[in-house]
Design a protein around this ligand. Structure first.
Ligand SMILES: N[C@@H](CCC(=O)N[C@@H](CS)C(=O)NCC(=O)O)C(=O)O
Length: 208
């Protein structure tokens, strides 16, 4: 049994989606970030940087933090969504999500969605970067079904919950037809629908 320490954020949703996709039994332990629960000493023991998500694999007595590392761990354990023949490609797109797509869109959320009017520079900078990310992903998907090739992988699972915040981004997802096709294909998956609403059963995936 996997215990998932999480919150209802894109990084949190990556792991609930993956757990649904691989059909593992799991239990969610909510970490209230607003209340600062991530800084509690007992949580820091399993998450040295005080961040969600974290998993404990109780069967193997293993703890894993960092969403990319968790996805790799679960993909290796289940043998799913991390094809050995295509690992170099999958790793690149997974790392691009971890080091670029997620952190940049996260900053865009901070300046554009949560704190508009506080920093013109920040708003403009991250709006432009977010636009660039949409265009780059759209281009990548112009002749590929998924980010790492023609199969759905952990790179797509990592990226999807970030694009699912498209309403906050105000970029106009529908204008990016390849990215929209990818988004709609993933949105229809039962495991994605279930994993996406892991903390709020009424939460729906917004259409482009
Ligand atoms: N690189 C980390 C980022 C995780 C992350 O930023 N988590 C946020 C929520 S989405 C968090 O726990 N923030 C609380 C804090 O930093 O105090 C991962 O992908 O796991």
């Amino acid at each position: 049994m996997i215990e998932l320490f999480s919150a209802n954020t894109p990084n949190g949703k990556k792991i609930s989606i993956m757990l649904e996709e691989i059909g593992y039994e799991y239990k969610v332990t909510k970490v209230d970030l607003g209340k600062g629960e991530q800084f509690k000493p007992e949580f820091k023991k399993i998450s040295p940087l005080s961040k969600i998500p974290v998993i404990i694999d109780h069967k193997n007595n293993k703890t894993v933090f960092e969403s990319g590392a968790i996805l790799i761990y679960l993909a290796e354990a289940s043998g799913m969504f991390y094809d050995k023949q295509n690992r170099l490609e999958i790793n690149q797109w997974l790392m691009a999500q971890m080091g670029y797509v997620g952190p940049m869109l996260g900053q865009h959320h901070q300046f554009h969605h949560y704190n508009p009017g506080k920093s013109k520079f920040g708003e403009e900078r991250f709006f432009k970067i977010a636009e660039r990310i949409y265009a780059e992903l759209d281009e990548r998907l112009s002749n590929l079904k998924f980010l790492s090739g023609n199969n759905y992988t952990i790179a797509d699972i990592a990226t999807f919950p970030w694009i699912a915040r498209h309403e906050w981004h105000d970029i106009g997802l529908a204008n990016y037809k390849n990215l929209t096709r990818w988004y709609n294909d993933i949105s229809k998956r039962d495991a994605v629908i279930k994993g996406f609403s892991f903390m709020n059963k009424n939460e729906v995936i917004l259409k482009p």
